[in-house]
Each structure stands twice: as C-alpha cells, then as structure tokens.
Write a protein that binds this ligand. Structure first.
Ligand SMILES: N[C@@H]1[C@@H](O)[C@H](O)[C@@H](COP(=O)(O)O)O[C@@H]1O
Length: 245
C-alpha cells in the first residue's frame, strides 16, 4: 500500500481528484468504482469543477457504485442513486447508460446482485475503485465477518453502521437494515484502489488498516494484499495513529 499524507480534507480531495483525472485521461475505456458517504463529497465537487473548466470529460467513462440501501426507491432523498445524481452525475457529461448502481428496490435482490457482477465483468472490471472506510473497517457495506471471497451480495447492516449513517436520515429508525454491496472479492479485482481517509474519528480504523493483521474481522485489512492501493490520509486521521505505533 502506498500512503500519501496530506494536510487536510481539502488536500485529500484535490489529490484524489487529480489521480482520477489522470486515470480517465490515460485509459482507453475508463471504468470507475465510486463510493458514497461524506468522505468523497469534495472529491466529486472537484471533478465537477474540472469538468466545467474543460479539464476532464466523462464521455468514455463507465461508473459502478459500491453499494445501495435495500428498500429505498432510486429517487428517495437518502438513496445512493440520489446522492450520486446530486453530488456528481447530474453535473458532468455522463449518460444514464454509463452509470451503474445496485438496485435496492428490485423484486429479486439475489438476481440483481448476480446481474451487477456480470455488468462489471462485461465492462472489463473496475480500473480505479474509490473507497472510504467505515469506523469498523467496512468497505462498501461489507461488515466485519464478511468472507473475503464474497461477491456482490445483500448485507445486514450492523447497529454501529446504522448509527454512523443515521446523520443522513430523520432518525435511526429510518436507516434501512439491509443494503446491497459489491463483495470483497469484487472490490479486490479492481486494478487500482484509492482509499480516502479523513478526520480524527477514522484514526483508529486507519491505524488498524496500516498496522493490523489481515482478518475478516476487519474487512479493509484485505487491502494490504492488493498490488495497487493508494491510501490518501489527512493529518487528523494519521497523527493519533502514528503516535500509537
Ligand atoms: N457504505 C458507505 C461506504 O461506502 C463509506 O465509504 C463508509 C464511510 O462513510 P463516510 O465517508 O461517511 O465516513 O460508510 C458508508 O456506510
């Protein structure tokens, strides 16, 4: 894993933005894996800004999102479909047929998971996957204990993940109990992975990622075995972890 240390959230987002732009410019058929949550918000604003300045185009890009809540319609304000439209898709030159997210409102979730895997494979697998990390080490919505061999699947969200994400909902009761997530094996097939970590609340998770054992109890630890992972972490996420090591 390559660790890039930056001063703050702003710098982390700019650095990630330039890595993604470079990837788009260098690849013939760029396939991006995208994440949601608070972490990549500014990265997406930066990509919109660069697009508006004519510095990047998404004309040839395909996107696959990591996850989606089960039970929310695409236009629900808390769905990841809605998040992505609002934070990125509606502001750049991406057509609907270039964009892929799991369908959490599908009548046959299992079938949808299999179809999602096939779509990723047909696109030639993910070239650059953007990841955030959950407080418990989850990547996508792969909670602790998820087999490293997992493919896109339906997951039960842990109480701590529901609590962490309750800030986006009117209350914890409204946070769905299930989600569809790309599996850990699916994520690991990405050619490159870009993990973004910002803020003191992520310091413990980052410390364990950088120094801990590779174990299914801490899903992100598998990234230690991937040949091309860049972790961009800011000072707040790093400093406490450095002082502990
Ligand atoms: N499913 C998402 C993940 O894709 C995200 O990376 C992570 C961290 O979220 P945040 O960036 O808001 O801390 O947890 C969420 O639950």
């Amino acid at each position: 894993m390559q660790l890039v240390k930056v001063d703050n959230y702003e710098e982390m987002s700019k650095k990630a933005c330039s890595i993604i732009m470079e990837h788009i410019q260098e690849s013939r058929n760029p396939v991006l894996g995208l994440a949601t949550g608070s972490t990549p918000e500014k990265l997406y604003s930066c990509l919109i800004e660069k697009y508006k300045q004519g510095k990047v185009s998404f004309e040839n890009v395909m996107t696959f999102n990591l996850d989606e809540y089960v039970g929310l319609k695409k236009d629900d304000a808390n769905s990841y479909h809605h998040y992505m439209k609002e934070k990125l898709f509606d502001h750049v030159d991406l057509r609907a047929d270039q964009i892929h997210l799991p369908d959490g409102h599908s009548e046959d979730l299992e079938q949808d998971c299999r179809a999602y895997e096939k779509q990723i494979q047909r696109a030639g697998s993910i070239g650059l996957q953007v990841l955030g990390i959950g407080l418990n080490g989850h990547i996508g919505f792969n909670e602790p204990g998820t087999p490293f061999s997992s493919r896109t699947h339906v997951v039960e969200l842990s109480p701590s993940t529901r609590r962490a994400n309750a800030r986006f909902f009117p209350g914890i009761e409204e946070v769905p109990t299930q989600a569809i997530s790309m599996g850990i094996a699916s994520i690991m097939e990405s050619k490159k992975i870009l993990l973004l970590v910002s803020g003191e609340q992520k310091a413990e998770a980052l410390h364990r990622l950088l120094n801990g054992d590779v174990t299914e109890d801490f899903p992100a630890s598998i990234l230690q075995t991937h040949p091309d992972v860049t972790v961009i972490a800011d000072e707040l996420a790093l400093e406490p972890s450095l002082s502990k090591s």
